[in-house]
Design a protein around this ligand. Structure first.
Ligand SMILES: C[S@@+](CC[C@H](N)C(=O)[O-])C[C@H]1O[C@@H](n2cnc3c(N)ncnc32)[C@H](O)[C@@H]1O
Length: 232
């Protein structure tokens, strides 16, 4: 390849390496590589540790289309320990949240919340929520005017149903929503992962959600498909 795929003020994709401009100096979040130059510090976004990172590399469209805009309000369901959240934060919030972004970061695990709270202390704009993605009525008050972008990566059965409900409850019109779906988390289907992914596409379309691209993540995460969707 050997070409710069895109180069924005806060995210660069060079060859197959993604970098975000650190909002927290040279502090690492998950042992990632740091690159410093005279003016700035960049953190390497590991696509083997982040499905959003993997999807940006594997997408056949412009990878930047997968990212939220700088300063936007986003919902992230299945925030885990904040690996992907930290890179999104670099991009939409920046140092001291100079861009006024908001990342509602929901996870059901108290252990994950402990790590997310530590991350949020260093990175204003991250709002950790100990909650269930299925019970949006318990956390949607945090986004009274709706969100601009939603990402879901929850390791449990019924992922597409949770996603459709959350999108309808939380998102503004013309927003972007990404569903990272793990075939193995769904109930057994004789047709295997292919059948699960096809069924997911059908449910999304039947619910009125437009699929921009279905991105297979093999090479980074097996048995995973990331659905890039638009909500009208
Ligand atoms: C595969 S991990 C997410 C990794 C994360 N997206 C990243 O890139 O750093 C899945 C997460 O979903 C969370 N989870 C599972 N079911 C959930 C639910 N119903 N509501 C919220 N979080 C859930 C788990 O606790 C776990 O942290």
């Amino acid at each position: 390849m050997g070409r710069i795929t895109f180069d924005s003020p806060s995210v660069k994709l060079e060859n197959r390496a993604i970098w975000t401009l650190s909002a927290d100096g040279s502090n690492k979040v998950y042992g990632e590589t740091i690159r410093k130059n005279r003016k700035s510090i960049w953190r390497r976004w590991d696509p083997f540790r982040s499905k959003l990172g993997a999807a940006m590399i594997k997408s056949k469209n412009h990878p930047e289309d997968l990212l939220p805009e700088i300063g936007s309000t986003i919902v992230y369901l299945g925030a885990a320990h904040g690996t992907t959240i930290s890179h999104i934060h670099d991009h939409i919030c920046g140092s001291f949240n100079q861009n006024n972004g908001r990342l509602i970061s929901v996870d059901i695990s108290p252990r994950c919340l402990r790590d997310l709270n530590l991350l949020a202390n260093r990175r204003p704009g991250i709002i950790p929520v100990l909650g269930d993605a299925r019970k949006f009525e318990t956390w949607s008050h945090l986004i009274p005017r709706g969100a601009d972008w939603l990402f879901q990566d929850v390791s449990q059965a019924g992922q597409v149903d949770i996603f459709i409900k959350a999108c309808k409850a939380c998102l503004k019109k013309n927003s972007t929503a990404l569903l990272s779906l793990k075939g193995a988390s769904e109930r057994f289907n004789q047709g295997g992962d292919e059948a699960i992914f096809l069924e997911t596409e059908k449910k999304l379309i039947d619910s009125g959600i437009k699929i921009v691209e279905s991105i297979g993540l093999s090479g980074f995460e097996e048995q995973h498909m990331l659905f890039h969707c638009k909500i009208n």
